[in-house]
Design a protein around this ligand. Structure first.
Ligand SMILES: Nc1ncnc2c1ncn2[C@@H]1O[C@H](COP(=O)(O)OP(=O)(O)OP(=O)(O)O)[C@@H](O)[C@H]1O
Ligand SMILES: [Mg+2]
Length: 621
């Protein structure tokens, strides 16, 4: 990370405060503006939650009355039958209400997950190239996946476990107090309070171990993904063992963390079980004394037991619920933190769309560095008149591709200005700027989809006939027609099922399809053989005839007829002029030209005709 451009998320806040903030970030998604249907669902779900709990509390009461009626010798059979039926009906209603709240709320929760996931995805695309180069993609996609899942968990646990349990606890304590004496309520309440405090404290303590486990898992995953993405490189260097060792180390960390996490979990479960058993025994003893002393009936004994067991069951989940809740909060926080990362490049308030008239492109004393410690471009100035073609040549690492990234405004420049038809690119909207420029980048990476999809990507709404026309111009149509699946052939991960030259031609085709107002070719034909290159040069000349064009090239023979050639060396333009002028100057460019002629001569010895042609081209005019 560069010292000057902090794109890291703000430091993770911790503790309850942060949890509340996370929950608060979620609220707008649960109460979405303009979605009355969803709001109605939320209200209905809450009503059903409440109704379900009230019914739940009635169930043991019917049960008790049935038992009492059965244990009273004088009773008529009608009473217990009525009570048993009431008991059954209450249970049915309870079950129905429980499912109703689910049906009401599922849509709300899924809608929230959908929206948050989408917003995060959009935001990630808004973030700068710098952010993405610093980040591992596997980790990002997992953060989204986990974060949206966290939302579902959080909502589910809150609404269907914690809140109902709290309601039930209050109701049961009130009933026990009312029916018997305060001590029943006090002991029940006390047990549950102790249980909750114990659970939260221990869970809080073991959260760090869980976090270690999750971190180790993420690390292992990103390592695995990165390693598999570099499958070929791994083979080239025979480094399978090295990769396995790296992965093994991460797995080992995960294993250790998981064991600690599991052991602390056992401790938690043991403590919870003990507390509940103790509380249950105490209350049952009190009830037994009451029955023995004639103050309570057998039905009361059964009632107390039924209530406690009923309370005990969801409490048993509470530890798990709390753990998952915390985990969900951690996952959601990670995702919401991504949302807080500021996009480094933002449209200025009130930015207007770029208005391209002729397509004059000016670099005005542009200086730039990725990192304060090393300047890449210094004082770069050039001015491409509308429709002209300028070439940029120079040694590797000179900053040529950087110029194209700046033109696309992937980074903002430090000094100077870049203008298109007089408009500073920082003052116009990024979308309009990028829509106006077409690039064939140095390394083309394709989407793992069909060839057709990848070409049509240049203008997704283009009709198939235009897609095919673009493919013809890029000299790739015939190749595609020879494929068994034609345009529907899959190109594989990152397009790696195609050769480098084929990928490049797909990239050219999709740029042709885009019909931009300015064109940028960054080594667009470097991977092609001389014959294909010549053919494509022809097409490129056609499409760039009236379009302002920047050509970046190593092979100087491809730029001889540029309107101007800029020689870039270590971030400075050291020479500029037409091919012939530069040769005549006998400077850097002339030396490069001579070197290329020589190496060409060596590499392609039996082709004197071509060398002669190139020299002739050099001396033309
Ligand atoms: N994201 C980045 N962060 C830091 N430095 C970078 C970054 N991208 C490129 N550089 C550095 O900037 C310099 C210029 O890179 P650039 O890609 O513009 O070179 P180039 O002239 O296109 O070279 P080539 O002919 O090899 O493609 C290089 O030294 C490179 O290491
Ligand atoms: Mg480059």
């Amino acid at each position: 990370m560069s010292p000057r451009h902090p794109s890291a998320p703000p430091p993770a806040p911790s503790g309850d405060n942060a949890d509340w903030r996370t929950i608060r970030s979620l609220l707008p998604y649960l109460w979405p503006a303009g979605r009355v249907d969803l709001k109605v669902r939320v209200v209905l779900a809450c009503i059903f939650v409440l109704a379900a709990k009230v019914t739940t509390v009635y169930v043991p009461l019917f049960y008790k009355q049935a038992v009492d009626a059965l244990t009273t010798p004088t009773a008529v059979m009608v009473v217990p039958v009525f009570m048993v039926v009431a008991y059954g009906v209450a249970r049915m209603v309870q079950a129905a209400l429980q499912e109703l709240r689910e049906t009401m709320f599922t849509k709300v929760a899924q809608h929230a997950m959908h929206q948050v996931g989408l917003e995060t995805f959009r935001h990630l695309h808004r973030l700068s190239l710098r952010f993405h180069l610093d980040r591992q993609t596997g980790g990002l996609s997992r953060a989204i996946e986990r974060g949206t899942l966290g939302i579902e968990n959080l909502l589910h646990y809150m609404l269907f476990q914690i809140v109902p349990t709290l309601i039930e606890m209050g109701l049961v304590c009130a009933i026990l107090w009312n029916l018997y004496d305060a001590w029943f309520a006090v002991v029940t309440f006390g047990t549950i309070s102790l249980y909750v405090v114990f659970t939260f404290a221990v869970t809080q303590w073991r959260i760090k171990y869980r976090q270690h486990m999750v971190d180790a898992e993420t690390e292992a995953n990103t390592k695995a993904v990165d390693s598999l993405l570099n499958y070929e490189t791994v083979k080239y260097f025979g480094n399978e063992a090295h990769e396995a060792r790296r992965f093994d180390k991460s797995l080992e960390r995960y294993e250790k963390a998981a064991v600690i996490s599991g052991n602390t979990l056992s401790f938690l479960n043991w403590g919870q079980g003990t507390l509940i058993a103790a509380g249950l025994t105490a209350v049952m003893l009190m009830a037994a004394y009451g029955v023995a002393g004639g103050r309570m009936t057998v039905g009361d004994f059964v009632l107390v037991n039924a209530y406690l067991i009923q309370l005990y069951l969801p409490l048993n989940f509470l530890g798990m619920v709390y753990r998952n809740l915390r985990q969900s909060l951690i996952d959601m926080r990670a995702m919401f933190r991504l949302l807080q990362v500021n996009a480094e490049i933002e449209d200025e308030p009130g930015a207007q769309p770029l208005a391209v008239s002729g397509g004059r492109l000016e670099f005005d004393a542009v200086s730039f560095d990725y990192d304060l410690r090393r300047t890449i471009l210094r004082d770069v100035t050039f001015d491409v008149p509308p429709g002209h073609t300028f070439a940029i040549v120079g040694p590797s690492g000179a900053g040529k591709s950087t110029i194209s990234r700046l033109l696309f405004r992937f980074y903002d420049i430090d000094k100077g200005a870049i203008r298109i038809d007089g408009q500073d690119i920082r003052k116009v909207t990024q979308a309009s700027l990028r829509a106006a420029i077409g690039i064939v980048p140095q390394d083309t990476v394709l989407f793992n989809d069909t060839i057709y999809y990848n070409i049509a990507y240049g203008r997704p709404e283009a009709p198939p006939s235009e897609v095919e026309a673009a493919a013809r111009m890029a000299r790739i149509h015939d190749f595609i027609m020879r494929l068994p699946d034609g345009y529907q052939s899959q190109v594989g991960e990152r397009g790696l099922k195609l050769s480098g030259g084929e990928r490049q031609r797909v990239a050219i085709a999709r740029t042709i399809l885009k019909r931009p107002r300015l064109l940028l070719f960054d080594e667009a034909t470097s991977a092609l053989d001389t014959q294909t290159e010549k053919e494509i040069q022809e097409s490129l000349r056609t499409i760039s005839r009236d379009v302002t064009t920047l050509v970046i090239a190593h092979r100087l023979s491809t730029v001889v007829d540029a309107d101007q050639i800029l020689v870039l060396d270590r971030g400075r333009i050291v020479e500029r002029g037409k091919h012939r002028e530069l040769l005549a100057q006998g400077g850097v460019y002339a030396a490069m030209w001579m070197r290329q002629l020589e190496t060409r001569g060596e590499a392609e010895e039996p082709r004197p005709a071509e060398t002669v042609a190139a020299i002739n081209a050099g001396n033309a005019e």
